[in-house]
Write a protein that binds this ligand. Structure first.
Ligand code: HEC
Length: 130
């Protein structure tokens, strides 16, 4: 008899903990690489939205070098200051070469200065070293 009860209890608790787990999973916010609703897009930092709306990601990626240096490498190279933000924004608008290698970054003359500064601020905030 007691075996039966134990088996029964065991079964029940497995079931209910499975249910708990499922409820837990349902409640957990799922991180998506590609946002699929307007609402999620609007939660992205302003600078990242601007980057995603431009051509930057053709040559740059957050954590690995593509044609240009990764955003994290850029953030680790420069201390965030008004001067650095202005200088890098200027480089992006005019194009640049020779800092990271001989590959040229194309000019972006059609971008607004204040937008580019927001992009740079977003990039510099990715810094991973003290
Ligand atoms: C055609 C490829 C390409 C595109 C498009 C591009 N970049 Fe670059 N970017 C590069 C390369 C290559 C470098 C390294 C240039 C160098 O060595 O001075 C670079 C360097 C940079 C740097 C560091 C500059 C420095 O002087 O240290 C920043 C910041 C940057 N890019 C941001 C951006 C942003 C923001 C965009 C989008 C508006 C963008 N890039 C679009 C290729 C690109």
């Amino acid at each position: 008899m007691s075996v039966f009860i134990m088996a029964c209890n065991g079964n029940e608790s497995t079931q209910s903990s499975n249910q708990d787990l499922k409820a837990e999973t349902d409640r957990m916010p799922v991180k998506k690489a590609i946002p699929d609703s307007e609402e999620e897009v609007s939660e992205l930092p302003e600078g990242l939205k601007l980057i995603n709306g431009s051509d930057c990601n053709v040559c740059h990626k957050k954590d690995i070098k593509l044609v240009g240096p990764s955003y994290i490498d850029i953030a680790n190279k420069y201390d965030k200051s008004d001067k650095v933000i202005t200088t890098l924004a200027e480089t992006i608008i005019k194009g640049g070469k020779g800092v990271w290698g001989e590959v040229m970054m194309t000019a972006h003359p059609s971008l607004k200065g204040e937008d580019v500064e927001k992009m740079v601020e977003y990039i510099l905030d990715l810094r991973t070293i003290e």
